[in-house]
Write a protein that binds this ligand. Structure first.
Ligand code: G3I
Length: 341
């Protein structure tokens, strides 16, 4: 507000936004996942392209194996390049997702009968070609995604069944050689709180790689949560510190918090508290570099398609108004900026 010629004039002001505040609070970015088919929605795009809101993008699908290497030795980078190039154009940080995962694999990977020798060669070729293609563009790579079961044992997928734990090493080694600039991450869900899965990620992924002399720079805490059931902020902080004490960064890589539909005042209020706990935990931990939501617009969320009756997990409703959780996150960020975290 300002006095002008004796009159009180209200000037328009820009409200503080997610990425802007996150950076002021000392983190690298507040970002979002997005996907090629979503980019033609002009209202959505306006928000996505606004770097005060989102300073980082993750392609939700285009860099996955089935799109990148649909046949052995046949590579196609066109799907993955759409979001990668948008990030470059917008000057947004790019998190690249992912090189090795049991899901969304090309059929030939799961159908073939492999031995150690030919699967090692195929794995090295995939990681090398893909990571080289985007070398220099990715701030971080999710090198291996979701290798663990909830009880902490390794998931019995093609890679583990043929190569054992060593496939983790092979993948990270190849990624390090192909892209020396990218931070190399292990990324998983249900490792956001203490328990056998988090312990296994610490021991059998982070310590294992470090002991083997292989580079790992970070652990991605996906954070696909349920309203009212998220770990407390203190638990999330302690868990993050268990990782950062091993000499790696952490990042919130896929945050969304789903609720039982319909959304109402009470579940949205709880959702706001739950978002605040996760964002607050990252702000509290020096080695937590940034926060990524797994898309920001409810109609583009993966949740309703997978969990019947659940949804409204993101920060924007279908009519493009914002969830109370958006303002809750803004409040936590503002407090962090004020307290100088
Ligand atoms: O590409 C096909 C397309 O050809 C076909 O016409 C269309 C018809 O349904 O399906 C398309 O594939 C879909 C793909 O997304 C691309 O839109 C798949 O059916 C669908 O299952 C797939 O879902 C993705 C899911 O991973 C697969 O597990 C979600 O969009 C994506 O958000 C989600 O992301 C994962 C992370 O990568 C890892 N962590 C969990 C997270 C949520 O599941």
């Amino acid at each position: 507000m300002r006095f002008q010629y004796g009159l009180l004039v209200t000037l328009p002001f820009a409200a503080a936004q997610l990425n802007e505040l996150t950076k002021k609070a000392g983190k690298l970015y507040f970002g979002t996942a997005t996907d090629n088919g979503e980019l033609s929605n002009t209202t959505y795009r306006k928000i996505l392209d606004d770097t005060n809101e989102f300073g980082q993008l993750t392609p939700a699908n285009g860099m996955k194996w089935e799109y990148v290497e649909p046949e052995l030795g046949v590579f196609n980078f066109s799907d993955g390049s759409v979001v990668a190039n948008l990030a470059t154009k917008n000057r947004q940080i790019l998190r690249c997702h992912n090189l090795v995962w049991h899901s969304q694999l090309a059929d030939w990977v799961t159908a073939d009968t492999w031995n150690k020798e030919n699967l090692t060669a195929a794995l090295i070729q995939h990681v090398t070609r893909e990571a080289s293609h985007w070398a220099g563009q990715c701030y971080a790579w999710d090198v291996v995604n979701e290798a663990l079961n909830d009880d902490g044992t390794f998931r019995n997928d093609t890679f583990y069944n043929v190569l054992g734990q060593e496939y983790i090493k092979i993948a990270f080694e190849a990624a390090a050689a192909a892209d020396p600039w990218a931070k190399l991450y292990y990324n998983d869900y249900n490792i956001e709180y203490a328990g056998p899965k988090s312990i296994a990620a610490q021991n059998n992924i982070v310590k294992y790689l470090k002991k083997s002399g292989v580079r790992i720079d970070g652990v991605g805490l996906q954070s696909h949560f349920i309203v009212g059931e998220t770990p407390s902020q203190d638990d999330q902080v302690a868990n993050m510190e268990a990782f950062t004490n091993l000499g790696v960064d952490v990042a919130i890589t896929e945050l969304d918090i789903r609720l039982d539909l319909p959304a109402n005042q009470s579940n949205l209020a709880q959702q706001s508290l739950d978002y605040q706990a996760t964002v607050g935990a990252c702000l509290q931990v020096k080695g937590c570099v940034g926060i990524t939501v797994w898309d920001f617009y409810d109609p583009f969320s993966w949740v309703p398609g997978v969990f019947t009756g659940q949804g409204a997990a993101d920060l924007w409703f279908g009519n493009f108004t914002r969830h109370p959780a958006y303002y809750g996150v803004i409040d936590v960020l503002k407090k962090a900026v004020k307290n100088g975290w």
